[in-house]
Design a protein around this ligand. Sequence first.
Ligand SMILES: [Zn+2]
Length: 354
Amino acid sequence: MTQGVRLLIPPFINSHSHLGYAMTLGYGRKNETGTLLDAVQILREDVLPKITEEDLRSRMERIERDLFLSRILFVRTHEPLINDIAFKMLRIRSNPLVEMQVVAFPTPPLFFEDNEEKLELALKQGAEVVGMLPHHENTYEEGIRSIKIVMDLATRYDKLVDGHVDEIDDPESDFAHYMIDEAKKRKWGSKTALSHITSTHYQGASFFNLVNKLRETEVSIVVNPETNLYLQGRYANINIPRGMARVNYLLEHGVNVSLGSDNVSDVVYPLGTFDMITVMEICRTAEWNCPLKVVTENGFRTINVNPPVIKEGEKAQLVVLRHDGSSLHYMPLLVLNGRNYVINNIKPEISTVD
Ligand SMILES: [Zn+2]
């Protein structure tokens, strides 16, 4: 066997995020339908009004640490103009661990209230990137007009462009074409990115036309696999093949279902992970739901072992996850197996006691 080699690579980049309202699951009511439209409504009504500068600062301390521990040294984040989230982010960001680009993101879209003025103000105050949301404007024509305004602002203030474009289950949504054309006219292709373009999944010939334009203009595409696998396709009136047994259907009908990692880094599957929270997340992404018990109590039933009980004088076996009503977190705070334990903090460490 060869000794393991060390791999020196550039730091990871997260090219599209929404850090301003990351880890805020507990701030609003539950999204019962799971659709983006309902999510956006809850975000605007319940969540964003609760984000003060102080709340943002304390969440960002944690988020930035998590990004750093995830090997990310550069991140781009799209921050809403509504409730001044973008302005708050510009004021509090400090970048000691992770370099951040702020996208001034008009959501609701550009022609909502005074978003147009706010967008320009955010650029003057230091946002590096101009955002947009053309497929959510009131009319198709306004969508087109918003693209032109954003591209004009980008060239006037010498800013980058990154739009939420065609993130919709509708093959007719083709704002990407207009955006690329406008970038080309201004020779702004390499400074422009299109995020999502999920409508292209439903398109035929027009998609290949788009690919040619992208190559020629050097406009980048940002794909967000997890969120879009979770959000899109919900309007398709068929049993969508996901390559997995139907977890929720089985659970709803009283069947014990638990998850496994299957292959990790071998000839069958070169990626993979033993982290069961990640496995559960992938299941939730594919199935639109997946309870935590499929990696805990249901697993005990499958392997026919009684779950441990915490009792004085007995060996304690437990895991403490970070859970503040906002999210479960990958990084366990404590793993305890009798006298052996792992504590994860800013420097993850493993300690064993005999
Ligand atoms: Zn986004």
